[in-house]
Design a protein around this ligand. Structure first.
Ligand SMILES: Nc1ccn([C@@H]2O[C@H](COP(=O)(O)O)[C@@H](O)[C@H]2O)c(=O)n1
Ligand SMILES: O=P(O)(O)OC[C@H](O)CO
Length: 318
């Protein structure tokens, strides 16, 4: 059987399948461009999401969907933020199954965490990292890449203060979103990125130990990418090295999924973990799409992408 975007089915039935989309960044504003000049289609992106949900429902065998973050764009007029987030969530709610959201920087430009997390139906409204197990053999670990961040927390929150101190130490530019003068991997020390805090790192370690004890394979999801091979250096998590040190301690983690770097990417790191950064819905000119679904097997994930989302076979290496 042939799939769109070049994959060929290997005959076996998947254990389960789920939908994926990222960086919808909807806003009811005219088309624009990124800082680097890449076109952004703020109104069309919700149409891409509508098409994704329709496609996922037609598939009939997707047991959940994952949104890798940034549902509303930072340029959304702030008096429209709440309605815009509700409008996008309503589209996700048309999916015939649960949707797991994660937060991105653009979500946090629009609403504080206290408002955002309940709207996005996080399992615990006080915490943006969590795990779930759709079948006994698999566990999904969703990380909060803006745990230590200069955006989203109240200005006097310890995590804001820690983030601002970190940025002041690592990035000498007055515009903390500017990577000017930063070399190689240091280019990630930007305000639009964030980090995983100590408590969350401990939780990650405990969760991966628990998954190992239960003989589960793990897929890690984080809006902010974790491996420089799969993304621009400017889009990496601040402490991707610390997070990957924890992940590499356990053989159970097979794949990491991310968003944030709109062009997308794929790498296999030095320990054999796949990193797949998904292509953004926001950058789809009208008439084009970027979403997909993932078939999960015992030994691999197959991403079946639509249009601008490239299909990708991720055979486990460990
Ligand atoms: N190479 C870059 C990229 C970005 N910036 C700054 O970040 C802001 C947000 O960037 P977008 O990609 O969302 O447009 C942008 O306004 C710049 O301040 C940068 O300086 N250099
Ligand atoms: O979606 P943005 O505006 O946060 O863009 C992040 C960039 O892709 C990082 O290079």
């Amino acid at each position: 059987m042939g799939y769109p975007n070049g994959l060929v089915s290997q005959g076996k039935q998947p254990l389960f399948s789920f939908g994926v989309i990222t960086d919808v960044q909807y806003a009811d504003i005219p088309d624009g461009r990124s800082f680097l000049g890449v076109p952004r289609y703020y109104r069309n992106s919700i149409r891409v999401l509508q098409k994704a949900v329709q496609n996922w429902n037609n598939h009939q065998n997707l047991i959940f969907s994952i949104n890798l973050g940034d549902i509303v764009d930072g340029y959304c007029p702030k008096d429209q933020s709440l309605d815009a987030v509700k409008k996008v969530v309503k589209e996700f709610d048309n999916f015939n199954g649960p949707v797991y959201h994660m937060i991105g920087n653009h979500c946090l430009y629009n609403l504080p965490r206290s408002k955002l997390l309940p709207l996005l139906s996080f399992p615990n409204v006080d915490c943006a990292y969590f795990d779930f197990s759709p079948i006994p053999e698999y566990r999904f670990v969703v990380l909060d890449g803006y745990d230590i961040s200069a955006i989203g927390w109240p200005q006097d929150h310890p995590h804001t203060i820690e983030a601002l101190n970190f940025l002041n130490e690592k990035n000498p530019n007055s515009d903390k979103n500017s990577p000017n003068g930063l070399m190689d991997l240091e280019r990630r020390f930007l305000k639009f990125n964030g980090g995983v805090g100590k408590e969350q790192l401990k939780w990650l370690d405990k969760t991966l130990q628990d998954a190992t004890n239960s003989n589960q394979k793990v897929i890690v999801c984080c809006h902010v990418p974790l491996d420089p091979g799969a993304t621009s250096k400017e889009a990496l998590l601040w402490n991707c090295d610390e997070v990957m040190d924890v992940i590499h301690r356990y053989d159970c983690v097979k794949v990491c999924l991310g968003g944030h770097d709109h062009k997308g990417g794929h790498s296999v790191d030095s320990c054999g973990v796949h990193h797949r950064v998904l292509e953004a819905a926001l950058e789809c000119p009208p008439g084009t799409d970027a979403f997909g679904y993932i078939d999960v097997y015992e030994d691999r994930l197959s991403l079946i992408g639509t249009d601008r989302m490239a299909s990708c076979e991720m055979v486990f290496n460990r």
